[in-house]
Design a protein around this ligand. Structure first.
Ligand code: ATP
Length: 299
């Protein structure tokens, strides 16, 4: 029926908060609208526009900022298959000689389903982590193997072939935009480019919220912990580093509460086991941001 189809791809009752992503709501919704609107809108509108669905996205930016998390969650909020995740260096190191075959295999399931079910096919997402790794050798004169070349060429030919397949989305990720082969970034390939940057203070607060949600739910966060204060003390931290900070603070809390006696028996002191502000201060001495900060700034 007309009007029934538009939200077919969207998971019902979807909420951004449920994705466990802190501070990237703007990026997420922008990608979502730009890359998926054509799949969600009535086909008649898409026909009038005369466009094809977006086939690929590139997420780039510093490490640990949630690119992989976001790519996975994109799949979750659509009725997509569990994404296939491949890692650039893995393809290079492990599968030399077989790399092209492995790229071919990645697309096989989607191709087969499309043949059988056409537009009824579910969406297949292929995530390429550290995409730069397979680009490094392409065109470099000193490299005799030509391995990078053939992998990128294979990928390109697959992506161009995908034009007839509406059921594939490729998400590439990299910390090194400058290393990505230009050919991969052209229209019809990884055509939407989104920078995922270090979180600002508000983003850090949201990430702190996400990663302490469980503790707070079980009342294991001491009342002297002020997440706003921690957000202000974690300038230049990535999401992964904030997660690391919370883990470190928890370990300092364990250190205070759990006594290991002479017999090495663990005497748990569960009742008092809470993570306190002091634990976070110790953790802040241990976990430092690695990106966007100079050595002198660290002191
Ligand atoms: P890399 O470039 O190193 O692959 P990445 O940008 O893909 O990094 P992720 O693997 O998504 O980073 O992040 C690592 C972990 O850090 C996540 O599993 C999550 O626990 C935490 N994290 C990072 N960013 C966020 C965020 N914005 N919100 C919540 N958690 C985050």
């Amino acid at each position: 029926a007309k009007g029934a189809a538009p939200n077919a791809l969207l998971q019902p009752n979807f909420k951004f908060e449920d994705l466990g992503i802190g501070g990237l709501d703007t990026e997420f919704s922008q990608i979502f609208r730009r890359a998926f609107a054509s799949r969600i809108f009535p086909p008649s509108i898409v026909e009038k526009l005369g466009i094809q669905h977006v086939k690929g996205i590139l997420l780039y930016g510093p490490p640990g900022t949630g690119k992989t998390l976001m790519a996975r969650q994109i799949g979750k909020m659509l009725n997509a298959r569990e994404p296939q995740i491949v890692n650039g260096p893995e393809i290079l190191n492990k599968y030399v000689g077989q790399s092209e075959e492995n790229i071919r295999k990645l697309f096989a399931a989607a191709e087969q389903e499309y043949k059988q079910r056409g537009e009824e096919s579910s969406l297949h997402i292929i995530i390429f982590d550290e995409l730069d790794a397979i680009c490094k050798q392409r065109g470099s004169k000193n490299d005799g193997t030509g391995v990078g070349d053939s992998i990128v060429n294979q990928l390109l030919s697959k992506m161009d072939g995908v034009e007839q397949l509406n059921n594939i989305l490729i998400i590439g990720m990299t910390n090194r935009l400058d290393m990505i082969d230009e050919a991969l970034l052209r229209p019809g390939r990884l055509e939407i480019h989104m920078e995922i940057n270090l979180p600002d203070e508000n983003g850090r607060l949201q990430i702190l919220n996400v990663h302490t949600a469980r503790m707070r739910q079980h009342d294991l966060l001491e009342h002297d912990v002020d997440l706003k204060e921690l957000a202000s003390l974690t300038k230049n931290f990535s999401g992964a580093e904030i997660a690391g900070l919370i883990k470190s603070a928890s370990s300092f809390s364990f250190n205070r509460h759990i006594k290991i006696g002479a017999t090495a028996a663990v005497n748990p002191d569960y009742d008092k086991m809470k993570v306190a502000r002091d634990d976070f201060l110790l953790a802040l001495d241990e976990v430092h941001p690695s990106f966007g900060v100079s050595e002198t700034e660290l002191k």
